[in-house]
Design a binder for this molecule. Structure first.
Ligand SMILES: Nc1ncnc2c1ncn2[C@@H]1O[C@H](COP(=O)(O)OP(=O)(O)OP(=O)(O)O)[C@@H](O)[C@H]1O
Ligand SMILES: [Mg+2]
Length: 238
């Protein structure tokens, strides 16, 4: 049995105070293992983005504990958090968060620049990744010159380039066609199997459900059930 790389215990998140307060997470207990592809599904507003943002150390929980690779990220200083994220995590956000003034290749290379790799080596590797997501010829394009689906693939390449231990994705295939989506998932799965990378993927896209090792079904700030292919044979996960 592999080691858990994410352990959430009693994680609650409240946004705002008083009458306008929103309980986005109401007590999350979950362990995600090394090398597993864990999907999170559930209706809009149920807390999926909030949960992966806590796991990635982008926001702090209000209560409870979340340990990532053995560390309690919410307890770190913001500088340590940034270093921890740069070294260990890759992200694909719902909004792809590409830097508009950088080319596609530079955007992909960014995690390596941050880790101090030379520009030449980083950009060479970026072109390699761009080729893998079907964008070999678009390295010099600015994000504004790319379609939504192409921007999404740039964001996916950027999440993979520094071979992080954990990759967190929010709707990674929402803007790309079925064949490209399947290719991207295949690529992520290969990475995960070859390097022991853990993938945490929020999705509504039932076409990629079959790639999951386990699937957490969320509703109203809770994980209601965790499904495995064995327990869901013959039915859709959500
Ligand atoms: N920064 C914020 N300030 C206030 N409320 C927030 C904030 N971020 C999220 N929320 C609220 O927390 C709840 C959970 O939001 P979250 O973004 O996690 O949902 P989600 O499951 O990712 O939904 P979707 O599928 O639409 O992306 C929602 O009610 C949302 O309005
Ligand atoms: Mg969301």
């Amino acid at each position: 049995m592999s080691q858990p790389v994410v352990i959430c215990r009693g994680v609650k998140k409240q946004f705002g105070n008083g009458g306008g307060a929103v309980q986005a997470l109401r007590g999350i207990d979950v362990e995600i293992n090394q090398g597993e592809l864990f999907m999170l599904v559930g209706p809009s507003g149920c807390g999926k983005t909030t949960l992966i943002s806590v796991i990635a150390g982008i926001i702090n929980q209000t209560e409870g504990e979340c340990r990532v690779l053995g560390e309690s990220v919410s307890g770190m200083s913001s500088g340590d958090k940034a270093k921890f994220r740069a070294r260990n995590l890759g992200f694909v956000f719902q909004a792809f968060n590409l830097l508009p003034a950088l080319t596609a290749a530079e955007n992909v290379a960014l995690p390596l620049f941050i880790l101090g790799e030379s520009k030449k080596a980083a950009v060479t590797k970026a072109y390699d990744l761009l080729a893998q997501v079907g964008l070999k010829d678009r390295g010099k394009s600015l994000p504004a010159e790319l379609s939504g689906g192409q921007q999404q693939r740039v964001a996916i390449a950027r999440a993979l380039i520094h071979e992080p231990k954990i990759i967190v994705c929010d709707e990674p295939t929402s803007a790309i066609d079925h064949v490209t989506g399947a290719n991207v998932l295949e690529m992520m799965r290969t990475l995960s199997k070859d390097h022991g990378t853990t993938l945490i993927i929020v999705t509504h896209d039932n076409r990629i459900f079959p790639y999951a090792d386990r699937m957490g079904e969320m509703d109203d700030g809770h994980i209601m059930a965790i499904h495995t292919p064995e327990t869901t044979q013959g039915r859709h996960y959500a």
